[in-house]
Design a binder for this molecule. Structure first.
Ligand SMILES: [Zn+2]
Length: 279
């Protein structure tokens, strides 16, 4: 009981604590990245039970962070934020859009380009909407390590929800990350991704292919997102089809923005003969 959580050092001043969290299977943990032992940021402290919060606090005992930094508002990223604020007497940093979506106060609102100085490094906040409206990543000036939150995943998949983002925004944010030349992507779930160019390209290509697959499913006969999900996600266990249908809805909205599909009372139809993706 209460033994410290596993810690992995990527540099002497950059580490991840692997925290059990209420996340989406197959992932079961969220990484709390710590950007310096003395004056670093603790990114996404996700512990959500009294026991895991106390264990996280114990694991953080050797460190003196300057703040808690939230990449976004999802519940598998924020669980221990207020507990640590109280225990460690440090402020909570997050984007204004994140602040508007959580039920506790944020002490400082962070914008794209805000920098954070530590003893050996400066980290810059990068606004990356698509998965969540206030999603922020962090770029290291020392070696271009990139704390990626839920933009990519070392395990599991990234979900887009039409109420919180869009595939277009998500792809734009992945392109933005690519222009920053990250040396490695440090996701919220799973291990460091050490071939960032390849990973980002795969993510972008995969999302575009899914949109094109949805387009290929459509005819002048209405189809629902659910039925399209069943025909596209053939290897997915049926319990995950409702989640997949939400991804299909995001793809349909992408096509709608491009003016080639339309929603009718019984589902979606094509309103163009051809479609070639522009972005
Ligand atoms: Zn998320």
């Amino acid at each position: 009981m209460n033994t410290p959580m596993p810690i992995e050092y990527l540099r002497p001043d950059l580490l991840r604590i692997i925290v059990p969290s209420p996340t989406i299977p197959p992932a079961t943990t969220t990484n709390a990245w710590v950007t310096d032992a003395k004056d670093g940021l603790v990114v996404d402290p996700a512990a959500h039970t009294t026991e895991t919060k106390n264990t996280l606090l114990k694991t953080l005992a050797p460190f003196q962070p300057q703040a808690i930094f939230l990449t976004h508002h999802h519940r598998d990223h924020i669980g221990a934020a207020t507990f640590l604020r109280e225990q460690l007497q440090v402020p909570i940093f997050a984007h204004a859009e994140t602040a508007s979506l959580i039920d506790f106060t944020v002490d400082k609102q962070i914008d794209d380009g805000t920098t954070f100085s530590m003893r050996n490094d400066t980290w810059t906040a990068i606004h990356t909407p698509g998965h969540a409206p206030g999603h922020l990543c962090l770029l290291s000036s020392q070696d271009n390590s990139f704390i990626a939150g839920d933009m990519v995943a070392g395990e599991g998949t990234i979900l887009i929800h039409p109420n919180e983002g869009s595939i277009r925004e998500y792809i734009d944010s992945l392109e933005k990350i690519r222009t920053l030349n990250p040396s490695r992507l440090l996701p919220a779930h799973g291990q460091s991704l050490n071939q960032p160019e390849q990973t980002l390209q795969e993510y972008i290509t995969h999302r575009k292919q899914r949109v094109l697959q949805i387009w290929d499913c459509l005819t002048d006969q209405p189809k629902t997102a659910f039925s399209i999900a069943k025909s596209i996600y053939t290897e997915l266990p049926s319990k995950y089809i409702p989640m997949a249908a939400i991804q299909v809805t995001c793809g349909l909205l992408y096509l709608q923005e491009d003016g080639v599909v339309k929603e009718q009372s019984h589902g979606w139809i094509r309103i163009a003969n051809d479609y070639s993706m522009t972005t």
